[in-house]
Design a protein around this ligand. Structure first.
Ligand code: PAF
Length: 286
């Protein structure tokens, strides 16, 4: 497995592969791998000849008071895990090589970025779309694989790829959960045992919304009241948002239907911000 630290090296290798007729599937990550990331890599391996994993904790998508410094990192552990997967190359650039002096360009998607995380994390999605377009330009993948936990991020990246005619096929993987329902996230590593219990407020809120909806409660005002009370019954939780939105436009809904996604962001003990989401009326699986 190759490890590239500079955009030039990465791009040179990617060009050689393309010239020899190989297709590339990219898995963009910020590292500290868990089963969710490994599942993305396995899905990527089914989509093309060679898998490239990018590992970069992108500073431009963190606000000034966010957890950039506390974001979990362990390069050696990540390399041990990634070597067990069918990964041809890891791209792990330095912040200086991605954002050299004089850097001043931003790629942003307007409307989809104003809802949900965009309200409480100004600039976050511009940071994501800027770094993802840079990764696409450097790695030149045919396919890129993203997790559905970052539901708004996925919608925004799909929009960017379509609007900018970027020749990359976007493939998504459903949320990978722990046995008790907690959505896998690198940030879970920052939860102490008490906070780990409070973190279950998100997935259980989703299951509760589904149950109440099955029982006939489809008013968003009513469901929101039920969910807020449920989440706040866990010690140390503060709700960033618990929103019922249209799965494509991300606009808020008033009555639940097949397109409605419940999107959740909850701060645990003021320190760890977790997100989760799901269709309120789950799609039948094939
Ligand atoms: O989802 C993430 O881990 C990041 O937002 C991404 C897509 C790797 C961009 O930094």
């Amino acid at each position: 497995m190759e490890i590239f630290k500079s955009p030039e090296e990465m791009r040179g290798w990617a060009r050689e592969q393309a010239l020899s007729g190989k297709t590339i599937s990219l898995v963009p990550t910020m590292g500290y791998f868990h089963e969710g990331h490994l599942s993305l890599m396995r899905l990527a391996a089914q989509q093309g000849d060679l898998v490239v994993v990018s590992l970069f904790v992108n500073p431009t998508q963190f606000g000034p008071n966010e957890d950039l410094d506390r974001y979990p990192r362990d390069f050696e552990r990540d390399m041990t895990l990634v070597r067990q997967e069918k990964v041809a190359a890891v791209f792990a650039p330095t912040p200086e090589s991605m954002y050299p002096q004089g850097f001043q360009t931003e790629v942003s998607v307007r409307n989809l970025a104003i809802y949900l995380c965009g309200r409480t994390r100004p600039g976050h999605f511009a940071g994501v779309t800027t770094v993802v377009s840079k990764l696409f330009n450097i790695v030149q993948p045919d396919v890129a694989v993203f997790g559905e936990k970052d539901f708004q991020q996925l919608a925004i990246i799909r929009r960017m790829v379509c609007d900018m005619n970027i020749p990359v096929r976007i493939v998504s993987l459903p949320i990978v959960r722990e046995a008790d329902g907690l959505a896998m996230s690198s940030r879970n590593a920052n939860l102490d045992p008490a906070n780990r219990v409070a973190a279950l407020s998100l997935s259980t809120a989703l299951y509760l919304a589904r149950e109440r909806c099955r029982q006939g409660v489809t008013s968003v005002v009513e469901l929101t009241k039920i969910l807020e009370a449920h989440i706040l019954s866990f010690a140390g939780t503060a709700i960033d948002y618990a929103s019922f939105v249209d799965s494509e436009t991300l606009e808020p809904m008033t009555v639940v239907d097949e397109r409605t996604v419940l999107a959740l962001a909850v701060r645990i003990d003021g320190k760890v911000r977790l997100i989760d989401n799901g269709y309120v009326i789950p799609k039948p699986t094939n």
